[in-house]
Design a protein around this ligand. Sequence first.
Ligand code: TRP
Ligand code: SF4
Length: 400
Amino acid sequence: MYAERVLSGMRPTGALHLGHYHGVLRNWVKLQHEYPCLFFVADWHALTTEYDNPHDIEKNTWDMVTDWLAAGVDPNQATLFIQSKVPEHAELHLLLSMMTPLGWLERVPTYKDQQEKLDSKDLSTYGFLGYPLLQAADILIYRADKVPVGEDQVPHIEFSREIARRFNHLYGREPGFEDKAREAVKKLGGKRARLYEELRTRFQQEGDKTAIERAHALLDEVQHLSLADRERLFGYLEGCGKMILAEPGALLTEASKMPGLDGQKMSKSYNNAITLREPAESVQKKVRAMPTDPARVRRNDPGEPEKCPVWQLHQVYSDEGCKEWVQQGCRSAGIGCLDCKQPVIDSILREQAPMRERAQQYAEDPSVVKSIVADGCEKARELARETMRDVREAMGLEYH
Ligand code: TRP
Ligand code: SF4
């Protein structure tokens, strides 16, 4: 139940760019070898702001998933799915909405920030206010303990933890909990039971975090427990009732420092991006057209790399030798700007080559992407269904 699991979602913005690759996708590709991973398209989240123009969402979804695959996200390692194809997310969102104080939602910092930022749009909607709660449902429904996100999303992860805690507090109680928990401890067997008790005491009296981690590991090892007993033992450790929903943690993704063609952060809205599968000629054209140090009007005017966006790309892509060559050549006017740009172009093309190759098969037969996602949706749904059974049970909605 508390097995390590990674979950992350992305709103379907369409074709991704190299900033997404350096910031997010490379991290996903790494994580998929380390943990069971679930990655999904947050299409309902897109609707919270694009409700007046939903028609691009589908195409954006397929383009984006193709880019994930092109970047090396491996459907044999990670589960890829679409949020709206797992309608259990909506059920959990609804049930959680019953116990979510309005003030908690209004105080999530992204709420006012985004409303102000997108002020051309009317975002005083029910759905937009509920954005973080839908995200909490996305996370809690998989009992995911690790959520890789950027800094901007950290308040949403914290909000999800609070929701999990409130849910467990409200619905994790049962008559005779303490007695049942003690019975469950006995079922661990003599040696394990003693260790569990010891770790529990250490956590509750000294707040020893490693003790709780060891206790979780111990419970993960035990095979013969019923689900109800597991929930009791997890809850009993922390001194609350049953732990039906797990509290997730953020796995902070370092902010992408990927510069765009103009030296600002790479972003679709700044129109300074190179897409993941940008055709080679277009990469060449865009980099060649990049502005450079304005002091280099003529070929023999010396320049300063610090004043040039091309230099920023060298810092991402070039080795020490090449960077030295740029520093020297720029300051002495020994090289021209087009010479200087060539290694950057070469590096980008080299980085893109395997992506282009992987994308080839999907472009030839789009049904492959669709069937990968269909499989992923099935797998995700199974996990989601399990949680929903426990949630309904806890809330008295099972109708046995
Ligand atoms: N809000 C996230 C973003 O804008 C996308 C998202 C939706 C998400 N649900 C999630 C991310 C669950 C992580 C986990 O980037
Ligand atoms: Fe920029 Fe390179 Fe030209 Fe110098 S030589 S201004 S670093 S592009």
